[in-house]
Write a protein that binds this ligand. Structure first.
Ligand SMILES: [Zn+2]
Length: 486
């Protein structure tokens, strides 16, 4: 028996059913959303038509939007928040690589449960993750699914990190697109990471293929899809990048990596290859409509044009870029060129707030703060587009999620906009609920549905215990740092 339909009635609705960020689509100041069989059955203005056997949700004072899509994350970093507080990316990585090498699959599970639960509470219904720590002899678990685990993994509940985080996503109830990341360019070969945290090239490729075989679900409405994710130009060899692209294209999976995050990376690429990061990516076969790239802060106009021409998408992570002082991505230019841009929280160690709802606000401020771009650089609705349809485009699911079009997956966020902070902006004279969501502080959730299943209700997780997740992640952090003083 299929579950009862759900009718959300009396709310503002922003469907994001338009053609692009300049035309985000239909909105209703007072309308309804009807969910049946895990999909959007209808949206419309005014009260909902009578729906037999439906559960009716009073949406008064709320705004319904598509659930938000997070396009860049490193869930394991929940265990190393607050470190390297004034470091640049390269210094911060150099401090943290040896710590991360000690994180085993069970600790990844605790971090992923906390991170995904927290994402759900900020309106996220689909998230990626980028896990690239698989030290050859360390706790990370170098082998593929069900294979040889590292010393930290053998005795625990999970054999390797992807298995652990996929289990966490299932328990929290989010749609999940983990990247099987990889690094094979240790310091002795000219890379940034120490040799002990990287894998052999062939082992990384074999484990990535095994992860695809074990977990990737290409079917419509899938809850888990795998992407292929060598880490960055300064930690993955050209061979690993090229072979990863070939593997992804042979298996119909998507490609993700970090690119053009800092000026240090730009200098590194030019020194090593004589090319800019974007030129190097193109030479490796890493521009295309099956690729989404994290950050893209340091792009010249020619690179923006190449991303647009090749259909390459961008995961924009404004809070992390601000935390590490990396710079501000050229979002106005990317959108004007037609590049698909999604939002990402990035890892909790470079973006401790990790609130996807908050990235709407931060994206707008960052775009407008970029030299010369000004208040026309990004509107509230463009920010919401990036967090929904843009994100779904990055993950290759624009036809399934990111909008409230009839037939789309019933991934819905119902935001409370009758709070002290939001009510006047949303509902006062000339009120604008989308502006209240983006310009105001992060709004609490009345309801979050993933495939029609309630994950958050009245601001509380329904699927798992936030208090238990907090206890587990604190215990995992204690195991990681031992007796180190707080
Ligand atoms: Zn990252």
């Amino acid at each position: 028996m299929s579950p009862a339909p759900i009718v959300i009635d009396g709310c503002a609705v922003a469907t994001m059913d338009g053609s692009g960020p300049a035309d985000p689509g239909t909105e209703y100041r007072s309308g309804h959303v009807i969910v049946a069989d895990g999909r959007i059955a209808a949206t419309g203005p005014g009260p909902a038509p009578r729906t037999e056997g439906a559960i009716v949700v009073n949406g008064s004072g709320c705004l319904a939007t598509p659930g938000l899509v997070n396009t860049h994350h490193h869930l394991y970093q929940w265990l190393t928040q607050g470190r390297g507080q004034q470091s640049t990316l390269f210094d911060w990585l150099t401090e943290l690589y040896p710590v991360w090498a000690r994180i085993g699959p069970d600790q990844v599970h605790a971090a992923a449960t906390a991170g995904l639960a927290w994402l759900a509470l900020s309106g996220c219904t689909t998230s990626t993750d980028h896990h690239y720590i698989f030290p050859k002899h360390g706790a990370g678990g170098g082998a593929g699914p069900r294979g040889r685990a590292g010393p930290g993994g053998g005795a625990g509940a999970f054999a390797e990190p992807l298995e652990a985080e996929i289990a966490a996503a299932a328990a929290v109830g989010l749609r999940f697109h983990p990247c099987r990341g990889s690094m094979d360019l240790g310091a002795s070969a000219g890379g940034l990471p120490p040799d002990e945290v990287v894998e052999d090239t062939d082992a990384a490729l074999a484990a990535t293929a095994a992860a695809i075989a074990a977990y990737h679900d290409p079917s419509p409405g899938a809850m888990v899809r795998i992407a292929v994710g060598p880490c960055s130009p300064f930690s993955a060899s050209a061979e690993l990048m090229r072979e990863s692209a070939a593997l992804a294209r042979a298996t119909g999976t998507r490609l993700h990596t970090h690119l053009a995050e800092t000026s240090d990376e730009e200098d590194y690429c030019r020194e090593q290859t004589g090319l800019s990061p974007a030129e190097y990516a193109e030479e490796l076969g890493w521009l295309g409509d099956d690729v989404w790239l994290a950050h893209c802060v340091h792009l010249d106009d020619a690179a923006v044009g190449r991303l647009a021409a090749t259909g390459t998408a961008v995961a924009h992570c404004p809070s992390s870029n601000g935390r590490l002082g990396s710079g501000i991505a050229p979002v106005r230019k990317l959108l004007a060129a037609g590049v698909t841009v999604g939002l990402g929280v990035d890892g909790p160690a470079s973006s401790e707030a990790v609130r996807l709802g908050g990235e709407l606000h931060q994206a707008l401020l960052s775009a407008r703060s970029r030299d010369g771009d000004g208040p026309g650089a990004l509107s509230a609705r463009q920010a919401l587009w990036m967090a929904t349809r843009g994100g779904a485009g990055c993950l290759g699911r624009d036809d399934e999620t990111g909008s409230l079009r009839p037939g789309a997956l019933a991934d819905v966020a119902l935001w409370r906009l009758d709070t002290l902070a939001h009510d006047a902006i949303a509902h006062g004279p000339g009120g604008d609920p989308v502006a209240a969501l983006v310009l105001g502080p992060p709004a609490p959730l009345a309801l979050l549905l993933v495939g029609g299943n309630p994950v958050v209700q009245d601001g509380e997780l329904r699927s798992t215990s936030a208090a238990a997740a907090a206890r587990a992640v604190r215990a995992a952090r204690s195991r990681l740092f031992g007796d180190e003083p707080a």
